[in-house]
Ligand binder design. Structure first.
Ligand code: MN
Length: 356
């Protein structure tokens, strides 16, 4: 297992790469190019520049999150071909730079969704939270506005303005796309890209829907065990994997996260995992906590034990943390709470491995 840490780049992150290097146990960063429009091929020179910057401080760049999928691919319209060709170019260019895992998602229009990006906690820290009853009173435009207002001036991944430019048009386009159609479009995409991934040694890992249910009536196809099974069967290859996100899947109480890990990691289909904890505040209602079991609703020991017992040898990153110690920055992605998360997860891993 390798522990990695998400980093948004020198111009795009309040966390310095040099500081990430100082977190015990972290060997690399999860990076991305943020100035390439969705759908365009990632240029070789820009990937090389990022890699050299990361390697220059003694860290690896082997995981990319995310290469976003153009809406036309998800919609399955004829013009998808050009965008799939570009995606394949990106895969080849990334593989040439030594990238091993590419994370992506297939969520229509909206990526991850929260209804608050800085909910205050009793200890003086703040965190991201979600409440179905709040979301149900928002229009898609109001949601975009709200996220924009609370984002501390950062463009959040998945909330790029170019992606959300014309919401009404996008929603109209999805009118006739149900879960089956969306899954078919994902299958088409996988049949084009996975043979290339096999050839160049890259593993695709799809991020589950976050939260793991339908929003605004849009189809969602990576919500639970049954969905994941279907997705893996769309193209049976180790290169067609999942980025198991404990938070996204665990939000749905019907999902037994340690059981999902055992089932899919033992089959070698989890090249990348996001580990975080959260606390249920009610039905369809939660806030994100620090990583330890004591602070949230998940059994983090059981999660790490499931990984260990499955022989997990992929990449693990701490997921969102709170904003603590006066830090200001990208919601969910401050340095301090995520670094504490790494230390805690590393401690669990050491204890589990030494007692096994
Ligand atoms: Mn995640």
């Amino acid at each position: 297992m390798k522990i990695v840490f998400r980093w948004f780049g020198d111009d795009n992150d309040n966390v310095k790469l040099e500081y990430i290097r100082q977190i015990p146990g972290v060997t690399g960063v999860v990076g991305a190019l943020y100035d390439v429009p969705v759908g365009e091929a990632w240029p070789r020179e820009k990937i090389e520049a990022l890699k050299n910057r990361v390697n220059g401080v003694g860290l690896e760049l082997e995981v990319i999150e995310s290469v976003n999928v153009h809406e036309y691919i998800k919609l399955g319209v004829p013009s998808r071909e050009r965008y799939i060709d570009n995606y394949i170019k990106s895969i080849r260019n990334l593989a040439d730079a030594g990238i091993k895992v590419i994370c992506y998602n297939f969520m229509p229009i909206f990526d991850w969704v929260r209804t608050s990006l800085n909910m205050p906690l009793p200890d003086g820290s703040n965190t991201m939270a979600y409440d179905d009853s709040v979301l149900n009173h928002l229009t898609p435009d109001e949601l975009v506005h709200r996220i924009g207002e609370e984002s501390q001036g950062f463009t959040l991944p998945g909330w790029q303005p170019d992606r959300l430019a014309d919401l009404k048009k996008l929603f109209d386009a999805y009118k006739d796309v149900d879960e089956n159609a969306l899954r078919e479009n994902l299958g088409y995409f996988l049949h084009r890209i996975i043979p290339v991934c096999e050839e160049v040694g890259v593993k695709m890992s799809i991020h589950p829907d976050d939260p793991s249910w339908s929003l605004f009536g849009l189809p969602r196809i990576v919500k639970n065990e049954e969905d994941i099974e279907r997705l893996l069967n769309l193209y049976d290859s180790p290169a067609n994997g999942i980025a198991l996100c404990t938070g996204s899947l665990g939000i749905n109480r019907k999902n037994d996260v340690p059981a999902l890990i055992k089932r899919f990691a033992s089959r070698g289909r989890i090249p990348f995992i996001h580990v975080r904890n959260l606390k249920f505040d009610g039905e369809g209602q939660f806030h994100e906590t620090s990583h330890p079991t004591s602070e949230g609703s998940f059994d983090m020991f059981a999660i790490m034990k499931a990984l260990y017992d499955s022989g997990f040898d992929g990449y693990l990153r701490p997921d969102h943390g709170r904003m603590i110690w006066g830090e200001e920055g990208r919601p969910g992605y401050g340095l301090y709470d995520r670094a504490l998360g790494v230390t805690y997860l590393t401690g669990l891993w050491e204890a589990i491995s030494r007692m096994s």
